[in-house]
Ligand binder design. Structure first.
Ligand SMILES: Cc1cc2nc3c(=O)[nH]c(=O)nc-3n(C[C@H](O)[C@H](O)[C@H](O)COP(=O)(O)OP(=O)(O)OC[C@H]3O[C@@H](n4cnc5c(N)ncnc54)[C@H](O)[C@@H]3O)c2cc1C
Length: 316
């Protein structure tokens, strides 16, 4: 596609956020051009684990995530592209009274948005997730409308939906400069030429901070390394709910008859604080087994020894 000289709205970045922005703006009739420096999904999106959970402590975010669920429900029939979306539900465990109080509060919030959140006994939770040990579980919440998806496939479907509504998407077109005149936005310079616009939306993920800083906008964002494990296939049913175990800092989801599992260590390692190396498309980081060990130790008492034994791949 040849480079247009102007567009009312330019979106920079073709990850899930940029493609979703293009999809929604094009649907309501905006003239949209999305520019991606490499290929769609080549940033963080291609290797996200794909858990889709709606419950957050912020009410607005919970509502936004509820919208995502409705969207994912209709995206595949609308675009004809598979999204990997399945509504297999999401379990959240509470392993102490404070967490249980928090979970009950979240259930009240969820219900106020019309989300059907069920509070379960440990045994009821285990019935839904038989692989786990429940000796330290006080209670659990189950959101039947949570689920999981393939982030890359969702992104491609959003891109197709955006194109169908008139959006233009150009890959291999890095924005090298944001142009302004008297502090007003004029457009962008790219490797392929200049384009003027009225509105510019930066959806560059971890690249956003540096691009925004070139026009004096502070985006306080720094990447942190994140690792997850992939097990071999061992007969995990495809309708197994996703599991979040916040007191043990870990999460789990079914994938091709095995599990993907990872976690959020309290001492996460900041990455590329002084700038992201170029190129960094479809790339992974080095595995750090020593750093992941703390999550292994937390996961073991959940009865996940069997899961860990079957882990075959480390993904960072
Ligand atoms: C290992 C891992 C597991 C995860 N698991 C989950 C999960 O289970 N559930 C969940 O919700 N989230 C998960 N996430 C988070 C999720 O991946 C991110 O929140 C999401 O992908 C961010 O999307 P994005 O569009 O903002 O950024 P990106 O996907 O990084 O997209 C930004 C795009 O901008 C492009 N770009 C940058 N600069 C320019 C420029 N100057 N010109 C043009 N293009 C440019 C890049 O090439 C890139 O394609 C996970 C992340 C990781 C790393």
């Amino acid at each position: 596609m040849s480079l247009p000289t102007s567009s009312k709205v330019i979106i920079v970045g073709g990850g899930i956020v940029g493609c979703s922005t293009a999809y929604h703006l094009a649907k309501i009739g905006h003239e949209v051009l999305l520019l991606e420096k490499a290929s769609l999904t080549s940033g963080s999106t291609w290797h996200a684990a794909g858990l889709v959970g709606q419950l957050r402590s912020n009410a607005n975010i919970t509502q936004l995530l509820g919208h995502s669920i409705n969207l994912y429900d209709q995206l595949e029939p609308e675009t004809g592209l598979a999204t990997g979306w399945k509504m297999n539900g999401g379990l959240r465990l509470a392993c102490n009274n404070e967490r249980w109080t928090e979970v009950k509060r979240q259930a009240t919030t969820a219900r106020s948005f019309g989300l059907e959140m069920q509070l379960l006994t440990p045994k009821e939770a285990q019935d839904l997730w038989p692989l786990m040990d429940i000796s330290d579980v006080v209670g659990a919440a189950f959101l039947p409308t949570d689920g999981q998806a393939s982030p890359s496939d969702i992104t491609q479907a959003l891109a197709r939906g955006a194109r169908t509504s008139g959006a233009k998407i150009i890959e291999n077109c890095a924005v090298t400069e944001i142009t302004t005149e008297n502090d007003n936005l004029v457009g962008v310079k790219t490797k392929l030429g200049s384009i003027s616009c009225e509105k510019l939306v930066l959806c560059c993920g971890q690249w956003t901070r540096d691009l925004a800083a070139t026009v004096g906008v502070n985006v306080p964002l720094v990447s942190v390394e994140h690792q997850y494990m992939i097990t071999e296939e061992f007969g995990v049913p495809s309708d197994l709910p996703t599991l979040r175990d916040p007191d043990r800092l870990t999460y789990y989801k079914e994938e091709v008859g095995g599990l993907v599992w990872g976690g959020y260590e309290p001492n996460g390692i900041p990455w590329a604080v002084d700038g992201i190396p170029e190129p960094f498309d479809f790339q992974l980081l080095e595995s750090r087994y020593d750093h992941f060990e703390q999550l292994m130790e937390l996961a073991l008492p959940r009865g996940c020894e069997a899961i860990i034994e079957r882990t075959r791949e480390f993904h960072a």
